[in-house]
Design a protein around this ligand. Structure first.
Ligand SMILES: [Zn+2]
Length: 145
């Protein structure tokens, strides 16, 4: 049932949305056309009564259009994505490999740096401050290690 109902809504919207847009545009045009007639008079009601609902209907037709054509947009997007994927398989694989190489390179570099940072320092026997592992004298207190 659901499979049959869904396309019906989209079909109805495909008819309703253009009608709404046309009606909205007609009301806007009529509202604008009536405007000079009411210019100078105390009443602005005739053009506002046509123009305002025209604008609302025209604007409401936009989401209706979007919803109505959403399945088509989805299909096109999936098709395009598939096409891009199939057509550029080698390039995408290369790109993925390169990215993986860069990432693994960065990780190993970072690991090495962290290791170096952790292993290449020691603490002074006299003052307890952190100094380089191979230093013979403490740069803080000057005592021999
Ligand atoms: Zn020291």
């Amino acid at each position: 049932m659901e499979k049959n109902q869904k396309p019906k809504i989209f079909t109805v919207l495909k008819i309703v949305a253009p009608i709404m847009l046309i009606l909205g545009v007609v009301l806007i045009i009529l509202g604008t056309a009536v405007f000079p007639l009411t210019w100078g008079s105390s009443s602005v009601a005739p053009n506002a009564a046509l123009f305002a609902p025209g604008m609302i209907i025209a604007f409401l037709s936009i989401p209706c259009f979007f919803i109505a054509f959403m399945p088509n947009i989805n299909k096109t997007m999936i098709k395009t994505a598939k096409y891009i994927k199939e057509d550029n398989k080698e390039d995408l694989t290369d790109l993925a490999d390169t990215t993986a190489d860069i990432t693994s390179g960065a990780i190993s570099k970072t690991t090495r740096a962290v290791k170096k940072g952790l292993t290449d320092t020691k603490y002074c026997r006299h003052c307890g401050k952190q100094i380089e592992a191979d230093s013979k004298f403490c740069k803080h207190c000057g005592n021999e290690q």
